[in-house]
Write a protein that binds this ligand. Structure first.
Ligand code: ADP
Length: 438
């Protein structure tokens, strides 16, 4: 039954329903007709007796009796004059002889006399009536069968058509055609389903585009250092006597670049699958930030960058120090990469209530408002082809966001194109002690 097409299933249900209606109709018209007719007639005679009784002394008794005879075919006559009328011949011998009912009742008149009346009626339908009904039944059955088949075909087609159309589109989507559009209509449910599928298709196509972009980025980012390493190694192999410090330096730097890229990718996948293990311990955040800034400062000093740090008080937080250092490191590197000619990056730490806010402020290119909502998405890059000291895969900020959120904190950015950016994150403070900022 599961393999039956929806259209035929609806068709079967509708035909089943019509057949049921016809069976009930046939049951009433044939099997139950006789009994029902008898019961109705008996009831009519009882009503006639009550009516006559009510008007037994009235002057229009004769009219009532006439009406009963004309309309209800109930013969009322004084008992001593009553002769049962001849029963009409039944043309069909299969039809049983019609049954009759004769009831006699004595009524007390106003003048003290008594009047005995006999009520007579036929209580089985005569053949003419029965055959008329049967003929009607054949007609009704024929019309109903035609109508229900026609209606069932139309309804089944109307209901199943949009589903069939959507299924065709869904099959296309399943094969990877993410531009598939769903245009279901006709029913609210179908419309809603098609809207949902359209949203799903759009999201899938976004993910697919990001995946393609990532693959392009990663393969590009992997290929460049690998080919450099290969060519330098080849050179060293061919001319071992000419090995220079610079060549080995390039190999080492490119290996670091590769390692950092691979680590980024691993981090994102761990953070996304939730398999990351945090080791939260209470530690002095202010001191940790200070150390990180100093370390990065040493690295970028030669390129003319100045990093500064100001804070209002020292704070202790409970967090995974290694991961939080990575957050700061990513934001600092972004500030340096996108810091433009200003080459000044400031880190500001402030305590607001029971939260500590760390801001990384640069005065570089800034980010246009249309890009702001997306920069935290994995693989998102504003400039698709920008270069940076350490390879950028568009993963840095998504790692920042995931780590901060895993620690129950929040992060954000305030930025205007051309004016620089302030990236920030907030975390809960365990305790803090007031100290002069510097
Ligand atoms: P990437 O590794 O490409 O830098 P990120 O996730 O760190 O990836 O950043 C995503 C995008 O956000 C970057 O491509 C860059 O365009 C933009 N961005 C990040 N930080 C800054 C900043 N301080 N100033 C301007 N743009 C930034």
């Amino acid at each position: 039954m599961d393999r039956l097409k929806l259209q035929w299933k609806i068709f079967a249900y509708l035909i089943g329903f019509s057949s049921l209606l016809l069976i009930v109709l046939w049951l009433f018209q044939t099997v139950l007709l006789d009994d029902m007719y008898k019961a109705i007639r008996k009831n009519e005679i009882n009503k006639a007796i009550t009516l006559v009784e009510k008007h037994i002394n009235s002057s229009n008794l004769q009219d009532i009796i006439h009406t009963l005879q004309a309309e209800k075919e109930i013969i009322v006559s004084p008992t001593q004059e009553f002769r049962p009328p001849a029963i009409p011949m039944q043309p069909n011998s299969r039809m049983p002889k019609p049954e009759t009912i004769t009831r006699t009742k004595v009524f007390a008149l106003q003048n003290g006399q008594r009047l005995s009346l006999t009520f007579y009626a036929m209580i089985t339908p005569v053949e003419a009536t029965a055959s008329t009904l049967r003929l009607q039944l054949y007609g009704i059955t024929g019309i109903m069968v035609l109508l229900s088949v026609g209606l069932a075909l139309i309804i089944a087609r109307r209901v199943s058509k949009p589903i069939v159309v959507m299924n065709t589109s869904a099959k296309k989507l399943a094969t990877g055609n993410y531009n598939t559009r769903f245009s279901g209509h006709g029913f609210i449910e179908i419309k809603e389903l098609s809207d949902t599928l359209n949203t799903a298709a759009t999201e899938l196509s976004k993910v697919e585009n990001l995946r393609r972009e990532l693959m392009a980025n990663i393969s590009h980012d992997l290929r460049t250092p690998l080919s450099l390493i290969y060519s330098y190694a080849e050179m060293m192999h061919d001319f071992p006597e000419e090995i220079s410090k610079e060549q080995t330096q390039v190999i080492m730097e490119e290996t670091i670049r590769l390692t950092s890229l691979v680590n980024d990718i691993l981090d994102v996948s761990k953070l996304e699958s939730g398999t990351i293990e945090l080791n939260p311990f209470p530690y002095n955040l202010t001191e940790s930030i200070y150390i990180t800034i100093n370390r990065v400062s040493e690295l970028v000093k030669k390129d003319g960058y100045t990093l500064s740090f100001c804070y209002d008080q020292e704070v202790t937080i409970v967090a995974d120090e290694l991961k939080m250092t990575q957050v700061l490191y990513n934001l600092l590197l972004n500030g340096i990469t996108h810091g433009g000619d200003n080459k000044q990056v400031m880190v500001r730490q402030s305590v607001i209530g029971n939260e500590v806010k760390v801001e990384i402020i640069d005065h570089g290119e800034g980010i246009a408002s249309e890009h702001l909502p997306y920069i935290w998405d994995r693989y998102y890059k504003v400039e698709k082809n920008h270069k940076r000291p350490i390879s950028g895969t568009g993963l840095g900020l998504s790692i920042v966001k995931k780590i901060v959120e895993h620690h129950g904190g929040s992060c954000g950015v305030d930025s205007t194109r051309g004016d620089g950016s302030i990236f920030w994150y907030k975390l809960k403070v365990v305790n803090n002690s007031l100290k002069d900022g510097k």
